[in-house]
Design a protein around this ligand. Sequence first.
Ligand SMILES: *Cc1c(COP(=O)(O)O)cnc(C)c1O
Length: 454
Amino acid sequence: MTESVKYLLDESRMPKAWYNLVADLPVPPPPVLHPGTLQPIGPDDLAPLFPLSLIMQEVTTACEVEIPQPVRDIYRQWRPSPLYRARRLEQALDTPARIYYKYEGVSPAGSHKPNTAVAQAFYNKEAGIKRISTETGAGQWGSSLAFAGALFGIDVQVFMVRVSYQQKPYRRALMETYGARCVASPSDETASGRAILAKRADHPGSLGIAISEAVEIAAQRDDTNYALGSVLNHVLLHQTVIGLEAMEQMALANDYPDVVIGCAGGGSNFAGIAFPFIGAQLRGGPKVRALAIEPAACPTLTRGQYAYDFGDTAHLTPLTKMHTLGSTFTPPGFHAGGLRYHGMAPLVSHVKELGLIEARAYHQIGCFEAGVQFARAEGILPAPESNHAVKAAIDEARRCKEDGVSRAILFNLSGHGHFDMQAYMDYFAGKLTDQDYDEAELATALSALPAVAL
Ligand SMILES: *Cc1c(COP(=O)(O)O)cnc(C)c1O
């Protein structure tokens, strides 16, 4: 049998609660610090930016958080998402490995990001918020929040990293179709944006800068909150719906993964697929290897320092302990825009330090090669970000062949690449180059890490 097999859950088995890995960790994660006092922050410090419900999710140690019914009603449009056994890819690779992928490209915005966008819009609506400001890199997060804002009647203002704003007009058009307002960042609409433009008028932008702009807007007005598409604990929590479904689906397939793989930008889709399996392992279940895959041009987990740092460039955010390249680091403009963040989710960083996950960095050309091979076998065209996970799955399957053993490999296909065809065209035209980050710039950015005695 060579056709790819789809494992579907019926709606009644869609998870009723998200899973919180913190409840099962042997060591609690380090506290978040106030940027001024360097003391652990309390809920009041975050209240100008987030509704209390999300702040409580940020710090909860409960094992489960119930998914509100209105959120479940929206999830139902595309969830449970399918899990496939990639039989044709296995055959193309002539591998004894059993390759499975969870496909998040079936959401309206085409990626895993609506899983948290819908939840965040719901809690903000419940708190009486009229407007949400946010940043976006490649545009997936902006379009996901724009979609969620449209459903809940919330205005969405998106600061889009300038290089992506120029390279990806269709993502911008999608945000505008959903009714959001999208401006190129750095912009002249905020003090942080103007300060950057004064130094360099053609600055390509970065997620760190766009976050500063969005936070600044939200802090100024009571009816406006801020939303982040990755990194924070509550975002990772919402994404665990992916892994929880995958566990049920692997059971339908009568299998269990030896390896679980996700690409990692801020860490949310990786955490989404991997944390439920890591939690099961911590509670005495089977051991899994969890692999977080990042771009070699922005190698946060593999080359960054584990230190307290700011989440943004203008230093408006609290300090979190995470793997970081320094908040002023501007990664080169490679094609997986969704992976161009200087930091990593503090919770993913923490489990890396605890030795519960592994990290690997790949160059972009090899990732596109893997994505094209995947598309030719399975038909689905992955997002450039997702190609990092595809390549890792293929590499693991090749290792199975070398070792002569059959292992089950599960990866998260975080989104489709239909808005990223220019990147594929550049790949086919031989225009892509494999960039490493600039050593000197990295050293400068790291030398400016805030001094924290913890
Ligand atoms: C945003 C994005 C990512 C990276 O974000 P994480 O928080 O690391 O998951 C990966 N894949 C796709 C398709 C994305 O849109």
